[in-house]
Design a binder for this molecule. Structure first.
Ligand SMILES: NC(=O)c1ccc[n+]([C@@H]2O[C@H](COP(=O)([O-])OP(=O)(O)OC[C@H]3O[C@@H](n4cnc5c(N)ncnc54)[C@H](O)[C@@H]3O)[C@@H](O)[C@H]2O)c1
Length: 438
C-alpha cells in the first residue's frame, strides 16, 4: 500500500473561477445548473458518472468515483469569472449559441447573476479581440495584484472557503519560456518591468497560486508551464495542470492511434482539417494564436507511435493539421481525418473520420472534472504539476524531464490508479493473481 496523506474533508462552498466567460465557460456553468435542477444529465463527466473497480474483479466493488473520494457535490459549487466583454453568463451563452433557448431560458435568472469581472487583457496577446471590460493601466504587476484582490472578493461574495481556477480564455499567441520564466524572482521582476514575454494568462495563474488556488490551463498557450510558476506552486502547496482541453479531433486521434499501434499497423499519413465558426475559431484565424494550437495538436502522434522504436511503421508518417475559420458553423465544428494506413506486406488502406462534434459540449464536463479533482488534490496535500490529470489535455503539462503521455487509455489507467491510491486503495495491474489462470 502506498502511503498517502489523508485528504481534509469538503465543507462549505467551492468557488470555480474562469478567466474567460465564453462558449466553454458558459456551457459548463449553465450545464451544472441544469443538472442541479434535474433538467439534464452530466454526460461526459467522469466525476459524476464513472465507476471505479476496487480489489479483485470477484470482490464486486465498483463504487462511483464520487463515492470513493470526497469531491465537492454540485450543490456546493459557486461560479465567478472575468471577461473583456461585459455580457453576463446568460447573454454570453446566448451569443456563443452552444446551448439553445430551451435549455438556457429556465436558467436565465441564475445566469444573469454571473457578471464578468474586469479582465487583465492586452491585445498584443489575442489580436482578434477587443472589448471594454478591462482593467485600467498597463502595469502587469498591478494587474496581477488586482486579480488577487478579485479572487479574495469573489470568495467573500460566494461565501466560499476554497476556489479553483480553470483558464477558459482565448488562445493567446505562441510564446516560449524566456529568462523571466526561469525563477519566481525573475517572473516577479518581469511583471514589474512589463516584460513582453509575460502574457495575461500567466498573470491569472500567478494570482491564483499566490492565493492558494489550484490552476488548470484549458488553452494551448504558455500559462503556468514553466519553472517559475511550477516552483511557486510547489512552495505554496498548490496543484497545477494543463494544457489545452482534449476534445474533438485530438480526442479521436488519441483514441485511434493507440489502436493502430497495438495492432502493428503502419501509418503513412494523417491529414486533419477542421471548420469552426465560433469566437475561438476567429481567434485561431490569427496565425500567432494558431501557432500555439498547432504545436499542441501536432505533438500527440509522435509520442503515441514511438517512431524511433518502429521506424518502418511510423518514421515516414506525414502529419498535417489545419483549422479553418468558417462562421456559418458556429460552435458546431466539423473535423475530417484522412488516415493512410498500411498492413500485411505493406498493402495500403484508408480510414476516414468525419466528426460532427460540438466542441464546448465536449469541453464543459472536462472543466467540471478538473475543478473537482484539483480541489480534491489540494485537500490531499498534492502540489505542483499533476501529471495524472493528463487524461484531460491535448498537451499535458509534465514535470521537467518527464515525457508527456498522450495515449488516452494509459492516461485513463493512470488517473484511476492515482484515485485508488489517494483513497487508500491498492492500484490495479490487471494481472491475474494466479498467472496460471490468466
Ligand atoms: N471548445 C473546446 O472544445 C476547446 C478545446 C480545447 C481548448 N479550448 C480552448 O478553451 C478556450 C475557450 O474556448 P471557447 O470556445 O470558450 O472560446 P470563446 O472565444 O467563446 O471564449 C473565450 C473568452 O475568453 C475571453 N478572454 C480572452 N482573453 C481574456 C483575458 N485575458 N481575460 C479574460 N477573458 C479573456 C474572450 O473575450 C472570450 O469571451 C480557448 O482558448 C480554446 O482554444 C476549447
Amino acid at each position: 500500500m502506498v502511503d498517502v496523506a489523508k485528504p481534509t474533508k469538503h465543507t462549505g462552498k467551492l468557488l470555480i473561477l474562469t478567466p474567460g466567460m465564453g462558449a466553454v465557460a458558459t456551457t459548463f456553468i449553465a450545464g451544472v445548473e441544469a443538472v442541479r435542477r434535474g433538467l439534464g444529465r452530466p454526460f461526459g463527466s467522469i466525476t459524476q458518472l464513472q465507476t471505479i473497480r476496487l480489489g479483485r474483479r470477484s470482490d464486486n466493488r465498483q463504487p462511483l468515483i464520487r463515492d470513493l473520494i470526497d469531491l465537492a457535490p454540485l450543490a456546493d459549487l459557486e461560479f465567478a469569472g472575468w471577461d473583456l466583454f461585459p455580457d453576463d453568463a446568460y447573454e454570453s451563452a446566448r451569443r456563443a449559441d452552444v446551448l439553445n433557448a430551451a435549455t438556457l431560458d429556465p436558467l436565465a435568472g441564475f445566469l444573469h447573476g454571473i457578471k464578468p469581472m474586469k479582465a487583465a487583457f492586452d491585445r498584443e496577446y489575442v489580436k482578434r479581440l477587443d472589448g471594454p471590460n478591462v482593467k485600467p493601466g498597463k502595469n502587469k504587476r498591478e494587474w496581477a495584484e488586482a486579480l488577487r484582490q478579485d479572487i479574495k472578493d469573489s470568495l467573500v461574495r460566494a461565501k466560499a472557503q476554497r476556489a479553483v481556477m480553470v483558464w477558459c480564455g482565448s488562445t493567446e499567441i505562441h510564446l516560449t519560456p524566456a529568462a523571466c520564466h526561469q525563477s519566481v524572482a525573475a517572473f516577479e521582476a518581469g511583471m514589474a518591468a512589463n516584460d513582453p514575454a509575460i502574457s495575461p494568462s500567466q498573470l491569472y495563474a500567478w494570482a491564483a497560486i499566490m492565493e492558494g488556488v489550484p490552476y488548470a490551463n484549458g488553452a494551448p498557450n504558455l500559462s503556468a508551464d514553466f519553472p517559475a510558476l511550477e516552483e511557486l506552486a510547489t512552495a505554496r502547496a498548490v496543484p497545477l495542470c494543463g494544457k489545452d482541453f482534449k476534445t474533438g479531433q485530438t480526442l479521436m486521434k488519441t483514441i485511434l492511434a493507440p489502436g493502430f499501434k497495438a495492432r502493428m499497423l503502419g501509418i503513412a499519413g494523417w491529414f486533419s482539417t477542421n471548420i469552426l465558426g465560433n469566437r475561438d475559431g476567429e481567434v485561431l484565424d490569427d496565425p500567432d494564436s494558431f501557432k500555439a494550437k498547432e504545436v499542441t495538436k501536432s505533438g500527440v502522434l509522435d509520442v503515441i507511435l514511438e517512431p524511433h522504436l518502429y521506424p518502418e511503421l511510423y518514421k515516414e508518417l506525414y502529419h498535417k493539421v489545419r483549422i479553418n475559420y468558417y462562421p456559418p458553423r458556429g460552435d458546431a465544428k466539423e473535423g475530417w481525418d484522412n488516415i493512410d494506413i498500411f498492413g500485411w506486406l505493406g498493402y495500403p488502406m484508408q480510414v476516414k473520420v468525419d466528426f460532427l462534434c460540438r466542441d464546448s459540449i465536449l469541453a464543459a464536463p472536462l472543466v467540471l472534472d478538473l475543478a473537482l479533482l484539483l480541489d480534491f488534490a489540494k485537500r490531499s496535500g498534492r502540489s505542483g504539476v499533476q501529471e495524472w490529470l493528463s487524461f484531460f489535455f491535448k498537451s499535458p503539462h509534465v514535470t521537467a524531464g518527464h515525457v508527456a503521455e498522450h495515449d488516452l487509455f494509459i492516461q485513463h489507467f493512470r488517473l484511476k490508479n492515482t484515485l485508488r491510491v489517494m483513497a487508500g486503495e491498492e492500484p490495479i495491474t490487471h494481472l491475474s493473481e494466479n498467472f496460471a489462470e490468466f
